[in-house]
Design a protein around this ligand. Structure first.
Ligand SMILES: [Zn+2]
Ligand SMILES: [Zn+2]
Ligand SMILES: [Zn+2]
Length: 283
């Protein structure tokens, strides 16, 4: 399984579109790994996770032909993960010789309803059937192309946010953003499944921080030290081990030591990889 990080930032990107803090100034000056678009990743070449405002730019940047894509799974309807208006450009009049006439969007009922509210206002959208909505329910595994995908409840504040367990053959990847520390029900599910994860992608919005200790709760996002605690708990329960590849991602420029090089140093101490736009992992 190949995991390619198209975008690795939280909502406003790095640099933040209207921000001039030190991290953002450094990102503008030095560019490279310090520049982060909004969070999104591609599994192999046929399963996209999230459809945020940088989808178009990233698809061009990474030379990916969106007309061949059949499936997108969406975590939740926050604007950094979902830009529904772009779907109008699948319609005839905008899209010619489209490779895959039907694109299936997978997500929770409220996420898909958010999309539908936008697309219902687009003239001719319903009639063309170029987008299908697949409502997923927590803990119900779906066969999507060559994958088995299980939505798990995220701790994130929207109506039904999901994180996803994605399995391909004997490979498994747990996508843990956007979310605070997972609930015990999610841990229990993973333990009962008897799964040993090959890779975990962690929400590290707060940078080098322990959100649970600092704020008394970590129910929307995490920091690296929350990630380490979650990994420790998964290790203890046999869901992950020292071979599990751990990636920290979804960074805010306002996180502690959010600058790429500082984060990379912190992450390395705990055996984590700090994501950057264009990072490719193979498990
Ligand atoms: Zn986000
Ligand atoms: Zn900033
Ligand atoms: Zn969010």
């Amino acid at each position: 399984m190949k995991i390619k990080y198209w975008g690795t930032a939280a909502a406003e990107g790095v640099p933040g579109i209207f921000c001039n803090c030190e991290v953002c100034r450094l990102a503008r000056a030095e560019k490279g790994r310090k520049l982060r678009t909004r969070s999104q990743l591609l599994i192999n070449d046929d399963l996209l996770v999230d459809f945020g405002p940088d989808t178009y730019t990233n698809s061009v940047k990474y030379d990916f032909n969106m007309t061949n894509l059949k499936h997108i799974i969406i975590t939740h309807p926050h604007e950094d993960h979902l830009y529904s208006e772009e779907l109008e450009h699948r319609l005839s009049g905008f899209a010619c010789e489209i490779g895959t006439p039907v694109l299936v969007l997978h997500g929770s009922a409220d996420t898909l309803e958010t999309i539908r509210r936008v697309t219902d206002r687009i003239p001719g959208f319903k009639g063309q059937d170029r987008v299908i909505y697949d409502i997923m329910k927590p803990y119900e595994t779906r066969a999507i192309g060559r994958y088995y995908v299980t939505p798990l409840p995220a701790e994130h504040g929207t109506a039904t946010p999901f994180v996803y367990l994605i399995e391909e053959g004997d490979k498994s990847f747990l996508l843990l953003n956007d979310t605070g520390r997972p609930s015990y029900e999610v841990y229990q599910y993973l333990v009962k499944r008897g799964i040993l994860l090959d890779a975990i992608s962690f929400d590290t919005t707060y940078g080098f921080e322990n959100v649970l200790v600092k704020y008394g709760k970590a129910d929307h996002h995490m920091g690296l030290l929350d990630n380490v605690a979650v990994k420790g708990f998964l290790d203890m329960n046999g869901v992950s081990d020292r071979h599990t590849v751990c990636i920290a991602t979804h960074f805010s420029h306002q996180g502690i030591d959010a600058d790429y090089h500082k984060m990379a140093e912190h992450s390395a101490k705990y055996g984590f990889i700090t994501s950057y736009d264009g990072l490719e992992i193979e498990v």
